[in-house]
Design a protein around this ligand. Sequence first.
Ligand SMILES: [Zn+2]
Length: 458
Amino acid sequence: MSDEIIARAVADAGDTDVVDVGRGVASRAGGVIADALAKQPDGSLAPVLIVADENTWEAAGKTVAESFKAAGVPLTEPLIFPAHPIPYASLDNAHSIAERLLALDKETGAQVVPVAIGSGTMNDLTKLAAKDLGRRYAVVGTAASMDGYTGAGAPISDNGVKVTMNCVAPKVVVFDLDVAAAAPAAMTASGYGDLAAKIPGGADWILADATGVEPINDHVWELVQSGVHQALAHPDDLAAGIPEAYTGLVEGLILSGLAMQVYDGTRPASGAEHYFSHIWELGHLGADKEVPPSHGFKVAIGTLAMLAFYEKFLERDITALDIDAAVAKWPAWDAVEADIRSTFDGALADHAVAETRVKYVTPEELAARLQRIIDSWPKTLPRLREQLVPAREFAAKLAAAGAPHQPEDIGLTAADVKATFPKAMYYRSRYTVLDVAREAGWFDELVEEVFAPGGLWS
Ligand SMILES: [Zn+2]
């Protein structure tokens, strides 16, 4: 069933033309990639440059190199980054890949095809190098660690500031489930955390749809959501490294990236839970550690925070809301801006002011928006209930997957997570349940309730 969904996603995705997922597929990667990327008009095959680090070279690079040779593809000397210190997704490293490609072009008299072997950094670096040279690339995944494989963005550091560069997603994605199952357990746990985000993230989209702020695209929704609950159902099998258990996780992560391509935005893959992760990352959480918490680990805690918030939100009856009273309490923009500036420091405050301005409404618009939610509630509430899972239940699943399930697991306290809620609300223009709560006048109370005695992390 999911093969068919992936085929449909690929058909509609702008950038990715081939996705090959399965057990043992690394050994045929050379032929698959050559067919899609290396074939020249005269029938000859362009040379390939494999980009890996020492770990990903061992995990899959060697096998892929053999498969290129078997397919008769000219292989240049692979570019292998050292495993220690951990290679950085920096502009410099991306430039060095681009330079190597240009030098090889001259040497071989052909346009060399870049092939990334790896999950995060190798893919991001190669993606950026390929984009800078205006050429397409392929990626062979080595760990089910995040959903960026099939995405167009590359998070890259430039002088210590992390920016997501808008690139072009890979033309070919190969993912061998045996390789994924043999990857370090923490990487799989990280991917589990990133896929978990689709639960509260999907609920946020349901609310944005109900208010008319951002209607759901049914096709994209199905791509990203149809397999998520199933893929997250057996965390212990993933932690045990059982290859069959990886099908759902790997396909879920790939579909998430493809859905972003089809939708041309990140809404299908993320909601407010991701803003917790971004804000902690911007605060350099764990930067003093040898291995800082991964994206998926931070997202796991953001996901639990949002699931707990949704529980408190749904304990209230929005249809009983006094709209006039909510409108009377609605702050003027100047007051909102002042609050944002007291919540964030420096440049981040300017960013949050600009983002929040986009979703700020007049009192008249607020009344209409709240009325729309109330009118839609008989339909919206069952959709939310179907989408969401209890925070405590999901915390146990994350624990079984080996992923963080309490703030301390990523070096935070419950108080830190609590303090992140207003920031997550103001951080982006994307409309989430945090905005609905704010507009209903419930936000501060709900945050208090999440962290009150008897709560998930109290
Ligand atoms: Zn993510």
